[in-house]
Design a protein around this ligand. Sequence first.
Ligand SMILES: NC(=O)c1ccc[n+]([C@@H]2O[C@H](COP(=O)([O-])OP(=O)(O)OC[C@H]3O[C@@H](n4cnc5c(N)ncnc54)[C@H](OP(=O)(O)O)[C@@H]3O)[C@@H](O)[C@H]2O)c1
Length: 312
Amino acid sequence: MSADDEKPANPGRRRMLGATAVGTVIGAAAGLAGGMALAGGGRPPAAPVFEGRRRFDDQVVLITGATSGIGRAAAEAFAAEGARVAFCGRRETLGAQVEASIREQGGEALYIRADVRDEGEVNAFVDEALAAYGRIDIALNNAGISFSKPMHEISRDEWDDIQNTNVRGVFLAMKAQIPHMLERGGQIIVTSSVNIVGARPQLGAYNASKRALAGLVQTAALEYAEQGIRVNGICPGATDTEMIRRQAGMMDAPDAVWRTGLGVWGRSNVHGLGRVAAPHEIAAAILAMAAPDMTYLNGSLFFVDGGMTSAL
Ligand SMILES: NC(=O)c1ccc[n+]([C@@H]2O[C@H](COP(=O)([O-])OP(=O)(O)OC[C@H]3O[C@@H](n4cnc5c(N)ncnc54)[C@H](OP(=O)(O)O)[C@@H]3O)[C@@H](O)[C@H]2O)c1
């Protein structure tokens, strides 16, 4: 840990969301706050329920990486609005749980195990989804990983893994999905990140992967517009999911300690709203992008970050 990390959180200055930073902040918060309610940014609002809103009735939505986090929240939200959702991820128990929970709520979902790094598995995911639901209207290519390390300590295998998951995985998914959209059009949304406009230390491999996705999105938006396929990227700010909790080395920490630390981190780092997002807030933005009246959205990189990237 550097001396810098031992300084108290400074609202005027960004700090990285990494093991040292969050660990330090959480340590400070746990020690100082001891369970006190947080002031400032506070908690995200609960997901609003719009009774009867079904913007995606009968639409077929494919999602990569929906066993947890943003992908799961999007799968649940699409299904709640009438979509039939086929989704993948590697953790079979979680996949089955997400499918069951959507069905229990009256939605339609199908979990298909697939690793997005593997072309055969991605193709099989798309084929099985087509066999079940007959077509693809919307694809959310969302699966991703991250880790936090200084650049010179990143091994070639770690570099390859993050690029193969975050970039090759999206490329393979698009390559498998697009042929099924050429005749009747469709939409592709790719999960990129706010990191495409501002880097953070120790996220070099991740930053590079998310910037590569901006190139894929913009190119595909130009290549396939004539066939009625619109391609856009969502760029979430910090969102409370397993990915950042794992990146911070806090998977085993009690939830209350994690939330307290994240609250402190959000107040210091998320200019504007002063808190991290809940997954359902990012999912709401994804559904808004995919909504039937968003017909002019193409090649956009849509920032949903509470104001984080608005500050100099
Ligand atoms: N949380 C944030 O602050 C934040 C901010 C900006 C962008 N994002 C992006 O949002 C996306 C979702 O992440 P999250 O934050 O929701 O984290 P998460 O809860 O860890 O979700 C990641 C999802 O990707 C899946 N995945 C990872 N590697 C995979 C692989 N090789 N094959 C198939 N699925 C794979 C995971 O499923 P399995 O583990 O079951 O395979 C999981 O469902 C990522 O692309 C991330 O970069 C997140």
